[in-house]
Design a protein around this ligand. Structure first.
Ligand SMILES: Cc1cc2nc3c(=O)[nH]c(=O)nc-3n(C[C@H](O)[C@H](O)[C@H](O)COP(=O)(O)O)c2cc1C
Length: 189
């Protein structure tokens, strides 16, 4: 396995996947490693819902697109506007035809839920990259509101989706997008 600094450099958001399933045992290992992330007061509030079924992933993509488009129609000045054409394209799968999507969720009312879950997502991405697997955090896939779909995912009303993350074997790995130098506001010594 790569050392951690190599993984930092190697990990990319993957938007093209091979038609190859991720073994359930590998998904479970990655989830166990995601739980090594730090969390406020070690509460470990993250919960995971795994969808490894392509038609179900497509339904979830369509559900999120529908809700985002409704939001855009209600508020045409929304920043979602830049995704309008993409969201209206019936062929567009927000999850890029990945074979697996993991919804990372946590208690709706917990103050640290976003930070805690985002840290678990970071660990998830690096644990996946260490195995040659690709991931992408897909905010466009988070707008699941249909109670029947949420129930199928095991996401009860007291939970909120923080991050849907794709998982699969990359068909291709893009060049790293440019990174800015750190903006250091101060360095008191
Ligand atoms: C909170 C968050 C939301 C994101 N949502 C999307 C998304 O909806 N669709 C997508 O293709 N990529 C999404 N990304 C991936 C970013 O576009 C990507 O991380 C960024 O361009 C840097 O590329 P890299 O991950 O390969 O370093 C998201 C990333 C984060 C952290």
């Amino acid at each position: 396995m790569d050392d951690v600094l190599n993984l930092f450099r190697k990990r990319r958001s993957i938007r093209r996947y091979l038609d190859r399933d991720v073994p359930a045992g590998v998904v479970r290992e990655i989830l166990r490693e995601s739980c090594l992330a730090p969390s406020a007061m070690n509460r470990q509030p993250w919960r995971f819902s795994v969808v490894a079924n392509r038609p179900a992933i497509r339904r979830l993509s369509d559900e999120s697109k529908k809700n985002l488009l409704a939001e855009l129609e209600a508020n045409p000045a929304s920043p979602l506007d830049r995704y309008g054409d993409l969201l209206r394209n019936p062929a567009f799968n927000v999850f890029y035809d990945a074979p697996c999507v993991v919804y990372v969720c946590g208690p709706r009312e917990m103050k640290s839920v976003q930070a805690d879950c985002a840290l678990a997502v970071s660990y998830f991405m690096l644990a996946a990259a260490a195995r040659g697997l690709g991931t992408c955090w897909v905010a466009l896939g988070a707008d699941v509101r249909d109670p029947a779909l949420l129930a199928q995912l095991g996401i009860t009303p007291e939970l909120r989706i923080v991050a849907p993350v794709t998982l699969g074997y990359p068909e291709s790995v893009p060049e790293p997008p440019a990174r800015s130098e750190p903006v250091i506001l101060g360095f008191l010594r």
